[in-house]
Each structure stands twice: as structure tokens, then as C-alpha cells.
Design a protein around this ligand. Structure first.
Ligand SMILES: *Cc1c(COP(=O)(O)O)cnc(C)c1O
Length: 317
């Protein structure tokens, strides 16, 4: 039985796209909790850790657009746990996510971006000094627990393949902090599968963007599979982080992306946003075309961000 404390697996659907008949989407945005998304999948595991430990409040980081902060605020509210969100004042405009954080009674503090790290440390020290037991979650749910969530997702993909007699040659998705990508690559390496996993960067450039993914993979494997024998060379060969589609950077859309968003809504009834999934879907389609992959079986992971879709609808589209 599935419940709000364990809501897997997310649905996989074929888009019946004429040009790419083997194009499928795993709809993480349809995870049935707080508008879903990859942050819901990660948050579920963080809260397992919280529930198993001795904590009475949560501290995390993100902007007013953050899907991560929305989901964390929701799970904290369900437990009547105070939730402290620290974010950069540079990105603190009102959005559907920030409104939800407000309804969920999270305390939102904004400071200039260079003061964020100190502010987090101070908040945690303050809470501890007053006898509280805070649990800290890195921005975006970064870390081994977040990586584990996408090793689990990879296993769901394997199960889908086995029960439907299909094998995906490529998996594409939006890569931000790289945790989603780290989990998927670990899943692939642990299963010794043959396919390509391609993260489309939504902001970071190489080599830094890819380096963060590489260190997340290494950190996870060292902690959880110290005997795996997976070499650095193998990890590097399997980590493909494309930075050709970042445009002007985080949260910046472009005409091409806006066209893909409209097209996807019309053709597939599937919402995409300009910060994450729209960028990645646009990048994937371009990559497929440039590399002649139209006859391959391809899985796009829709990583969520539904509230962002609505922010954009009211602002312009
Ligand atoms: C956070 C986020 C991503 C990026 O996930 P990472 O694990 O940080 O790489 C992609 N899509 C959406 C909708 C997100 O909210």
C-alpha cells in the first residue's frame, strides 16, 4: 500500500511523438505530495532520517522560487515542526512557492547572498543554545540522502523496463545541484547497465558543474558501497553534464525555451517551466536532433516545478 510516507513509483508515459516515437517521460511532477517533483522524492528520505533521530526543527536554504523549500516546509508543518528557511535577498520576490512556504508557516529569512552561509550557522547555533535540536538540510536536498533518492528512482526505471519489455538508451533531465544526476549515475554503475545518462545543466558551467556531480557520486559510493570497486575513471566516463543550454543563467528563459514550453503543453498536455524542465526538454530535443537519435528509446525525467509554471503563466505567457 502506498501512503504519503512512501509514495513511489511515479508514472512513466509515452508521448507518442511522431518524430521521436520512443520518447517517454517519467512524471516526477506527479508524485502525490505538495505538487511533487524531485525535491519531494528527496524530502521523503530526509524526513525518514529526521523521524528516526532526535530533532524538533528543520533549517534549510533556498530562494523564494525554491521547490525544495516548499516541500520541506510542507513536511515540517505536517509534523508541527518549526521550519527555518534562509534565502538570498537577491531572489526574494513573491512566487507561488514562497506563498506556500508562508501558508505552511515557515520562517523565511533573506540576507545578501554572501551572508547566507554565516546566517545558517548562526541560526543553528542560536537554536541549539535555546535547547532546540535542529536538523540541517543542504540547499536543494544535496548530499548522500538526496543521492539515495535517485538511486531509488533508477531502480523504479529498471522495474518499469522489466515489466514493459523496453530498454531506454538515453535518460535526460535538468541538472542543478547535481544530486539527481549523481543518484541516477550511481544506479547505473551499481547495475553495470549500458546506456547514456545526460544531465542538462540549468545554470552551472563546466568544469565546475560536472565536478560537483563527480564528487557527489564519489561521496555516495564511498559511504554506502565502499567495496563496489567502481573506479574514478568509470565514474568520469559515465558523467555527462551538458552546459550548452544554460542560456543567460539560472532562472533566465529564452525564446527557444518559451516555444518548447508552449509546444509541450499543446502537444502532450505537459507543463514545463523555464528554469528547469523547459530548459532540459529544449536541450534534449536539440541534442537528439544534432546527434540523430530519433529512433532511440529515450526517457525524459520531468523533475517537477509545477508552481513555477503558474508563476510564468501569470507574468507573461
Ligand atoms: C531542483 C530541481 C532540479 C535540479 O535537481 P538537482 O538534484 O539539484 O540537480 C530540476 N528540476 C526541478 C524542477 C527542480 O526543482
Amino acid at each position: 500500500m502506498r501512503s504519503v510516507d512512501g509514495f513511489y513509483p511515479s508514472p512513466v508515459i509515452c508521448l507518442n511523438d511522431k518524430e521521436i516515437p520512443g520518447l517517454y517521460v517519467k512524471r516526477e511532477d506527479m508524485i502525490p505530495y505538495s505538487f511533487g517533483g524531485n525535491k519531494a522524492r528527496k524530502a521523503l528520505l530526509f524526513f525518514k532520517d529526521i523521524d528516526d533521530g532526535d530533532y524538533d526543527c528543520v533549517v534549510t536554504y533556498g530562494s523564494s522560487h525554491s521547490n525544495h523549500c516548499r516541500v520541506i516546509a510542507n513536511m515540517a508543518a505536517a509534523r508541527k515542526m518549526p521550519c527555518y528557511l534562509i534565502g538570498p535577498s537577491e531572489v526574494s520576490d513573491t512566487t507561488f512557492n514562497s506563498r506556500l512556504m508562508g501558508i505552511l508557516a515557515a520562517e523565511q529569512t533573506t540576507v545578501p547572498v554572501e551572508e547566507v552561509s554565516d546566517t545558517i550557522d548562526k541560526k543553528i547555533a542560536e537554536l541549539k543554545a535555546s535547547g532546540k535540536k535542529p536538523y540541517f538540510i543542504a540547499g536543494g536536498g544535496h548530499g548522500n540522502i538526496g543521492t539515495q533518492a535517485f538511486v531509488d528512482c533508477y531502480e523504479e526505471i529498471k522495474e518499469y523496463e522489466q515489466s514493459n519489455g523496453i530498454k531506454f538508451d538515453y535518460i535526460f533531465f535538468a541538472s542543478g545541484t547535481g544530486t539527481t544526476q549523481a543518484g541516477l549515475v550511481c544506479g547505473k554503475l551499481l547495475n553495470k547497465d549500458d546506456r547514456k545518462i545526460i544531465g542538462i545543466s540549468i545554470a552551472r558551467k563546466n568544469p565546475r558543474g560536472r565536478d560537483v556531480v563527480l564528487s557527489s557520486i564519489k561521496e555516495y559510493l564511498e559511504e554506502r558501497y565502499p567495496e563496489s570497486g567502481i573506479t574514478s575513471k568509470l565514474i568520469e566516463e559515465n558523467t555527462i553534464f551538458l552546459d550548452d543550454y544554460t542560456g543567460d543563467g539560472y532562472g533566465k528563459d529564452s525564446e527557444g525555451i518559451n516555444m518548447v514550453i508552449k509546444d509541450s503543453l499543446i502537444r502532450y498536455g505537459m507543463p514545463l517551466d523555464a528554469t528547469y524542465t523547459g530548459k532540459a526538454f529544449f536541450g534534449m530535443k536539440d541534442y537528439i536532433q544534432k546527434n540523430g537519435l530519433e529512433d532511440k528509446n529515450i526517457l525524459f525525467i520531468h523533475t517537477g516545478g509545477t508552481p513555477l509554471f503558474f508563476d510564468e503563466i501569470i507574468s507573461e505567457r
